[in-house]
Write a protein that binds this ligand. Structure first.
Ligand code: MN
Ligand code: MN
Length: 300
C-alpha cells in the first residue's frame, strides 16, 4: 500500500473513531436515534471525511443494519443495549468501527466485555499469512469463555476503495472454512458479535439502508422518471450504502415510494435489519486494521 493511500485510511480511521466516541456520548435516555444519527454524520462531514454508510444504531436483539428514517420517532431508554456502528471514508478509503453501550444499567457488561476482548485477541493474532479461520477460533473461544455465543452468520470483511465488503470474510467461529490469508496492505474490519441467544441472526424488517445495484444499467429502465432518480442515486452514493434520510432532497415528491419502486425493479437493494434468531441480546465491537507482516495497525 502506498503512503498516500495509507494516509487516507488513517485520516478516515481517526475521524470514524472520533465519531464513534462522540456518538457513544450521546446515547442517553430520552434522546432520539434520529438525532444521534444526524449529529454523528454531521460530525464526520465537518471533520472532512465522507459517509461510508449510514450510522447504524441497533438496539437489544438487533445486531446490525438499522438506521432511522427521516421522520423516525424512536427514542432511547434506560437499559437499551445499543450497537453504534459508524463509517467514514476519504476518497473511497473506508474506516468502519463500532461499539456497544448499555444505557445506564449494568446487566450485560460481561457480554460487552466478551465482544471487546474477542476483538482485542483477534487483533493480537492477525498478521500477514494468518489463516482467517484462526481469527474465528480466537473470537469463538474468547466469547465462549464468558459464557456467551458468537454470532456465527455475521463476520468481518475486507475493504477496498469504495467497497465496504470486498472479497474476504473474517469469521467469528473456527468451524467456518476459510482459506483466505491476508497479505500486507490488506484492510480488514474485524467485528465479533456476542449473544445470549442461539448465536445466529435472521432478517427482520427494512433497515432504511439501501445500495445501488451497479450491475444493472439504467438503460433497461423504461420509466424516465425512475431512470433519472436511479442515475442521481448512483452519482451521489456510487457503490456505498445510503440512508432513506439522505434522499429527501433527491426525491422532493415522495422519496419512499421511489425507493420502493427502485428496489422492486432490483435497481437498488434494501437491506433487512439483522435480528438475533431467538431474541437474545447482542453486543458488538469493531475496528478496521491494515495488515502488516508482523501484526496489524488499528486505524480506528
Ligand atoms: Mn461496522
Ligand atoms: Mn463492518
Amino acid at each position: 500500500m502506498d503512503d498516500t493511500v495509507s494516509e487516507k485510511y488513517r485520516r478516515a480511521g481517526t475521524i470514524a473513531a472520533a465519531a464513534r466516541v462522540y456518538g457513544a456520548s450521546l446515547l442517553k435516555p430520552g434522546v432520539s436515534v434520529l438525532e444521534v444519527a444526524n449529529n454523528v454524520e454531521s460530525m464526520i462531514l465537518e471533520k472532512g471525511a465522507d459517509l461510508a454508510f449510514p450510522v447504524n444504531i441497533s438496539i437489544d436483539e438487533g445486531a446490525a443494519h438499522f438506521s432511522p428514517r427521516h421522520d423516525d420517532t424512536l427514542i432511547l431508554k434506560r437499559g437499551d443495549v445499543v450497537k453504534l456502528d459508524v463509517g467514514a471514508h476519504i476518497d473511497g478509503y473506508i474506516a468502519d468501527t463500532a461499539k456497544t453501550v448499555e444505557i445506564e444499567t449494568d446487566n450485560y457488561s460481561t457480554m460487552i466485555k466478551a465482544s471487546n476482548d474477542a476483538l482485542e485477541h483477534a487483533i493480537h493474532v492477525l498478521k500477514e499469512g494468518v489463516d482467517l479461520s484462526e481469527i474465528g477460533k480466537v473470537v469463538e473461544e474468547t466469547i465462549k469463555s464468558y459464557g456467551h455465543k458468537p454470532i456465527t452468520n455475521l463476520s468481518g470483511h475486507s475493504l477496498e476503495r469504495y467497497k465496504l465488503h470486498s472479497g474476504m470474510s473474517v469469521p467469528s467461529v473456527s468451524a467456518t472454512h476459510s482459506k483466505a490469508k491476508p497479505v500486507e496492505g490488506d484492510v480488514l474490519a474485524i467485528e465479533p458479535f456476542a449473544t445470549n441467544g442461539v448465536g445466529r441472526v435472521v432478517s427482520g424488517k427494512g433497515s432504511n439502508i439501501y445500495l445501488c445495484n451497479k450491475s444493472i444499467r439504467s438503460k433497461v429502465i423504461r420509466d424516465n422518471r425512475l431512470k433519472m432518480l436511479f442515475n442521481r442515486l448512483f452519482i451521489k452514493f456510487k457503490t456505498l450504502p445510503f440512508a432513506e434520510r439522505w434522499c429527501e432532497d433527491l426525491f422532493p415528491d415522495g422519496g419512499e415510494l421511489a425507493l420502493k419502486k427502485l428496489s422492486f425493479l432490483g435497481l437498488i437493494k434494501h437491506y433487512p435489519q439483522l435480528i438475533e434468531a431467538k431474541g437474545g441480546i447482542v453486543t458488538q465491537k469493531e475496528h478496521t486494521v491494515i495488515v502488516k507482516d508482523d501484526g496489524c495497525e488499528v486505524i480506528t
